[in-house]
Structure formats: structure tokens, C-alpha cells
Design a protein. Sequence first.
Length: 422
Amino acid sequence: MYDLLVVGAGPYGLSIASHAAGAGLDVRVFGRPMASWRDHMPRGMFLKSEPWASNLSDPRGRYGLAAYCERNGTRARHGEPIPVETFASYGLWFARHAVPDVDERMVASVGACPGGFELITEDGQAVRGRTVALAVGVIPFVEIPPALRGLGVEHVSHSSHHRDLDRFRGRDVTVIGGGQAALETAALLAEQGTRVRVLARSPRLTWNTLPPAWKRPWREAARAPHSGLGCGWRNWFYAEVPGGFRRLPEATRARISESALGPAGAWWVRDRVESRVEVLLDHEVATASVAAGRVRLATVGGSGGGPDFETDHVIAATGFRATTARLGLLAPEVREGLAVNAAGEPRASVAFESSYPGLFLAGLVTASSFGPAMRFVHGASFTAGRLVRGVRRSLRRGPSGVPVPAPAGGREARTPVDAVKR
């Protein structure tokens, strides 16, 4: 029985596995490394986060994005966006050097068993572990507007469902949303010859500005410090003090995690949208139907009725909602044992442990507990170290709460590279 099973091999899962191996735990990771970045983002996209805020985390800090770029003759500089393809390749490099071998099979279910958990892989194999870390990313939590949910996938899709936009060349596409995913998807569609419009509820689009220089006069830096989520003291608190955010009242945390860092486009995509994309603001879809192979949308605006029009396909760039009900891989007895907040999101302890002993959570699903940083790669560093310390305490406690001997590896921690070579 493994000490820790990590479900998911994106930035959070790989970072957790690296820290677990460094702590001497017997860990096994499941999932296709960097799958969201390799399979669910079109070619030509860029990271919105600064390169220095996009590091995966290993205990010694040896495998950051800058180190990868330097090895490969590319640049990771402040104010210069990183291509998604580069970031995905970086994650694969991190996995090779800082993580024990990754089992690329998908996980079908996670249930309880004597002494811990039993994980069933997609091909039916059972693997057991004393603890589990769910680092499933964002794909299980896609949010589609209610008016569009009754239409088939040939007519409506989520922005995260597309690795390749070529199928839309020469067609008419409507993108729903006003955030980075919507605006960059629309720009890429327009640039390949697709007729595209953006439909957004907001009365205006918000654009992030070019970040100030890394080195600035101290007065400017003191007024608005850099952080992994942008400049300003509020962003600095969200990015750098997730543990402090966790101490806020639950209702305050829920409100902030829902509203902070709302939809906005990156500075480097603005010209590409404004010069080529039709934008319909202050409107949303009221009803949608299919006739003669096309989608007919009826819209409503802030001041009343809006235009009706037809389109070939609708891409909903409408974000994600990380509710417990969408954690379908958890067996019912485990999922039903999770305490949730008023929005149906699972609660996480200060060590990222759910209310089900031994089941740990990471990434977007913890944003209501630890704040907006958990929606970004930047949150992986804080998560990995604290979660693994929680796992070690859980292992000492045992599933019944009775102290048990620590894992043998815990007495003499191995480095992640040593763990890979064993």
C-alpha cells in the first residue's frame, strides 16, 4: 500500500508528487502529464501569468521555468508572455527530473478500503494507498450557461474542449464570455479566417495593462508590489499569503474567491480583438435552439431585449465551478462524506485535507478555502509543501486516528531525483 496516491499530473499534481518524494514518501502519480495544457488549449495561446509566477514546485527549487528555458535556449522574462506549448514542454521536463515515474492511466474511481483508499484505473486495476491527493485540475468543473446545456456537442462546446480550432475555418462562431479564454479564442479564430463574435454580459471589456518594470523606484514598488497575481497589495495578499486568506470568515472567503480577479483580457491580445472581432456587450443568451443545422440564439440585454441571430457553433468560455457534485470519480460513500460550503464546494483544512480523513484536495477545488491563487499555477508552490506536511501527519495518525509508526522513508528523506532513480 502506497503512502500517497496523487490523482492528476498537472502543475499541482506534479508539484505535490515532487515534494512527497523529497519527504521520503512512497508515492504514485496517475494521469497524463500536463494534459490540460497539451490537450485542451489551442496552438498559439500564451500564459497570462508572468513567467516567474508560473513555476512548478520541487523541494530544492531546482526545476523552475527559467531553468528550463535557459537549458533550451529560450527566454523567460518579466513582461514577455510564454507560449502554452513551451509551458507544457516545461511541465514534461519537470516530470522527468523531479517526480517519480508517472502512471499515465486515467483514474476511474476512488473509494475507501481498510487502511485507506482503493483507486481503480481506467483498465480496471486496483491500487491502494493510505492517503490520496486529488489534483484533477479544471476540466471536471466546466461551466456551460443553462440556456445552452440542451444542445449537442456538435453545436455547443466549452473553450477548454479545443486543442485545435481548424475545424472552424470559414464558419461562423459565437464565443460566450468576456475573460481571457473568450478573448484569446476569438482572436485565434479571427486570425484563421473564421467569422467570430464575442457575446458578454459585462457592459464593457476589462483589459490588463502591461506590467510595470521588475525593477522600479522603491516608492512605486511600495505602493503596488509585484505578486504572482498582478500588482497591488490586495493581489499580493491573495498570491503570497494563502494561509492568511484561509483564516478569513468562510462567507468572506467564498465572496472573494467568486469575485476577485474577474474576467479580463491580457494586454497583448487587446489589439488582436479590437481590430478583428465583433463584440456584443451587456447581453447574454436567453434561449437557444437548433434549426437546419445552425444554432439560433435569442439574447437579452441590460435594458431589455437583444438581437436574435444564427451561428454555426457556440463556444462557451464561461469558466469553471468546482463543486463536490462534479467530483464524479469519488465513490458515493467518499463524496457524500465531504463537508461543503453554501455553494457546494468542499471545505479544506489548513493542511488541504478534506473532511474525509486522508483525502487531500489541490487546485481550483480549494479556491474557496485558500483564495484566488488556487486558480493559477502560482498556487502550486504553497499547496505542495503544506499538503505533503499534512499527509505526513495523517500517516502518523492513521485512518482511525490512532498513532502509527511513520513511513520508513520519513526518517531519511530522499531527494526527488533519487526517488526517480530508485
